[in-house]
Design a protein around this ligand. Structure first.
Ligand code: GAL
Length: 375
């Protein structure tokens, strides 16, 4: 993959890329210091040579480009937390936020507008990770560093996410645990998989991890579906069609996130089926479905630490510094955040800043929250 790297030669791995960029930025600063007898610029120096635009006025501007708004995390957690941590790292920095509403070409326009404007750093959570190469080349040409947020793409200066294959393993194990809790032998019937959007590389990792865990338990994955654009309606329609097929009914349905799990449950409820269903994101709807006994588990992802990693890396890059990272992923400096499974018994443990009891318990029977120890 590196050989087709859009942002330099095949040897331009993450750290090398950054060094090259920093060297150029450093050279630009040194030259201007000579010419202007000491008029150095501390802020936004990573992009000072881009001419007009926000990067040239000394202030730091960071573009945050998120993929969609149907999954609640982006607007309600990723965006506000990222803004908060950027403000903590650099009170003068400005965040320009755009949401692509699951439209890859809209996101490309948003990215290219940020490049034209001359922002100092772009933080991108791509709708379609395979379609970002030409945009990255434009950022590279203007020496604008890019952070890969949550979904990995080649050519970023920094990446932060969860270990997404491990999330798949956790989802698979949760599904097995759900069957065990019901006293159902995992080999006794078919399991269906409702995966995420094929343009999202995380969806492939979730699927690979879940499949690995399910297959090693001898589960028969009888049918699977890639949910276009993570659209719950697409998930619902596929399950409805499958259930009308007249074949053996599933003992469990893997759903890649809570949105798709909602679609799955709409179909199974209508058909009076009660398979074990899993999810991801610990959304209010998903947690309520767990309390009602309709969904067995979800995956809790703590978004503030992820947003903090990205904010710190973005502000460091804007200042011409190399971001600190605990590890690397595909040659890119990376920080991962831990995720965990949540069931009815453990929802109470995740109630806090990210998920409020008042939201979970709104509009459902009071007893459901009381029984789960949610105050
Ligand atoms: C994934 C992300 C999940 C979920 C999904 C739907 O890439 O990691 O948390 O939100 O997209 O947008």
């Amino acid at each position: 993959m590196r050989t087709s790297h859009p942002r330099g030669s095949s040897s331009a791995t993450g750290p090398n890329r950054l060094h090259r960029r920093l060297t150029v930025a450093g050279a630009a600063v040194a030259i201007s210091a000579l010419a202007l007898t000491g008029c150095g610029n501390q802020k936004g120096q990573g992009n000072d040579e881009t001419g007009s635009g926000s990067g040239s006025d000394g202030d730091v501007t960071i573009a945050l480009l998120l993929p969609e708004s149907k999954t609640t995390r982006y607007e309600s957690l990723d965006k506000p937390n990222f803004e908060k941590y950027v403000a903590e790292a650099n009170p003068d920095a400005k965040v320009e936020y755009r949401n692509a509403n699951q439209d890859a070409s809209q996101q490309q326009q948003q990215f290219e507008a940020a490049v034209t404007e001359g922002v100092d750093v772009i933080v991108l959570d791509p709708v379609d990770a395979s379609a970002v190469a030409s945009s990255l080349a434009k950022a590279e040409a203007k020496q604008i560093p890019v952070v890969s947020y949550d979904r990995f793409f080649e050519g970023a200066d920094y990446y932060t996410s969860f270990d997404n294959k491990k999330i798949g393993n956790l989802q698979g194990q949760a599904l097995l645990d759900g069957l065990k809790a019901k006293g159902v032998d995992p080999k006794s019937g078919p399991v269906w998989m409702v995966n995420g959007d094929p343009k999202d590389p995380n969806a492939a990792d979730f699927k690979a991890g879940a499949e690995e865990t399910l297959r090693s338990a001898g589960v028969d994955i009888a049918a699977d579906h890639d949910t276009l654009d993570w659209n719950p309606d697409d998930a619902r329609q596929w399950v409805e069609g499958q259930l009308q097929g007249g074949g053996q009914k599933p003992i469990a349905i893997y759903a890649a996130n809570d949105g798709t799990a909602g679609g799955v449950l709409a179909a199974t409820t209508k058909a009076k089926q009660d398979p074990v269903v899993t999810g991801q994101d610990a959304e209010v709807d998903g947690l309520q479905n767990i309390l009602k006994g309709e969904q067995y588990a979800t995956i809790y992802k703590s978004i503030p630490p992820q947003a903090e990693f990205a904010a710190k890396a973005a502000t460091a890059l804007a200042g011409g510094e190399e971001p600190k990272a605990a590890t690397t992923y595909k040659d890119t400096p990376t920080d991962f955040v831990e995720a965990k499974v949540v069931t009815k018994d453990t929802i109470k443990d995740i109630v806090g800043d990210q998920i409020k009891a008042s939201d979970i318990c709104k509009g459902i029977e009071k007893k459901l929250c009381q029984d789960a120890g949610i105050e």
